[in-house]
Write a protein that binds this ligand. Structure first.
Ligand SMILES: *Cc1c(COP(=O)(O)O)cnc(C)c1O
Length: 368
């Protein structure tokens, strides 16, 4: 079906910055700069500066960033890591794949880990907390860091959905031991394929990741410093991402404008909960505009039938997927929101007229 309003429109986004992207492509290709060259280094420097940390290390994916961070922290067999029950599955998979056990904690009304429930999940085996900043809005990192300090826990921020967001003026990904980033095409900073990074202020973590992403090798001396991985961010992707990073501040402004347009057009509907929270310390960059409709599938189906491409993340919580062998110890908020979530189109390619069409369609569903 041809949608009237696309959830994201990567081809249109490319047309918006085509001259810059094409120039970067020709430069990289004509020089043959494919692996670990200047474009990667430049992007890492610019990303670190944007997040407000000393180091950024480009990796293959957000998953790799999470996995690498847990490895760098020495977390493994016998350890427990606290993670929210509502997140993308990769957060928990990274914990399982280093041999540790994810301990799930329910989320609050803002879709992020409920900080009131963290302490009761801590056991003598707990080594870390992995808060996830979902949809462009940070978890309450002031509370998370206080708890981590009190119990001497490592904090790995899954910031994959929240590049550019902040709390008390301090950016996501600059609070924990590492911030983990994904440049999957549909993230707020998306490449043209997979990509990721960690950000950190810890020189040893940065060095560890720089070696381990390249099979453990020190590229200067040729010495192997451990059994590593192959998960280096491609130089070509880094060149593209660096261009898009320069546009990001402006694109975030546009996302906030669209969110305000949705708010103005939809906030009077009692069965619809919008993602606007009143915590003046935190700002929302709207990687996703996730509403909760009491009508669940009937709501999202109606939008699709009317030509609006929406995303449902996630009807079935990840811990309910049997093969993952995770414990469902009861997560009422996750269960409730899973029945109701629906992400409306949110991207910088959207025209105001398209946003207005979404608003009219939602209002029509509610008979307004
Ligand atoms: C996208 C995402 C990841 C994984 O990123 P990939 O680059 O796809 O591996 C992890 N956590 C969250 C919250 C994400 O949104």
């Amino acid at each position: 079906m041809a949608y009237k309003v696309r959830f994201v429109d990567p081809a249109k986004n490319y047309r918006m910055i085509k001259d810059e992207i094409d120039a970067a492509y020709f430069e990289v290709m004509s020089k043959g700069d494919l692996i670990d060259r200047g474009q990667l280094k430049r992007f890492e420097e610019n990303l670190a500066a944007f997040v407000g940390v000393k180091y950024a290390v480009g990796l293959n994916s957000g998953y790799d960033a999470l996995h690498m961070s847990l490895r760098a922290a020495g977390i493994g067999a016998g350890d427990e890591v606290i993670v929210p029950s509502h997140t993308f599955v990769a957060s928990a998979s990274a914990i399982v794949n280093v041999g540790a056990r994810p301990v799930l904690v329910d989320v609050g009304k803002d879709f992020n880990i409920d900080v009131e429930k963290i302490e009761s999940a801590i056991t003598p085996k707990t080594r870390g907390i992995m808060p996830v900043h979902l949809s462009g809005y940070m978890a309450d990192m002031v509370r998370v860091m206080n708890i981590a300090e009190k119990y001497r826990l490592v904090v790995v921020e899954d910031a994959c959905q929240s590049l550019g967001s902040s709390m008390l003026g301090r950016r996501a990904g600059s609070w924990g031991l590492t911030g983990c980033w994904s440049f999957y095409p549909f993230k707020i900073l998306g490449g043209y394929g997979d990509g990721g990074a960690i950000t950190t202020n810890d020189p040893e973590v940065a060095l560890f990741a720089t070696r381990m992403r390249y099979n453990g090798e020190d590229r200067q001396s040729g010495e192997y410093h451990g059994h590593g991985f192959t998960c280096l961010l491609d130089n070509l992707q880094a060149a593209f991402l660096d261009i898009k990073l320069a546009h990001l501040p402006r694109w975030i402004v546009r996302r906030k404008e669209i969110a305000e347009r949705y708010r103005a057009g939809l906030s009077d509907l009692p069965d619809l909960l919008l993602p606007h929270y009143n915590d003046p310390r935190r700002d929302h960059v709207y990687q996703n505009y996730v509403v909760r409709s009491k009508q669940g599938d009937a709501f999202s189906d109606y939008l699709k039938e009317n030509g609006i491409e929406v995303l449902i993340q996630f009807r079935k919580p990840y811990y309910r997927h049997e093969a993952l062998k995770l414990e469902d110890s009861g997560f009422p908020e996750t269960e409730a929101l899973s029945r109701e979530v629906c992400s409306l189109p949110m991207n910088v390619e959207l025209e105001d007229a398209e946003v207005d069409y979404v608003i009219r369609t939602v209002r029509a569903f509610y008979g307004k």
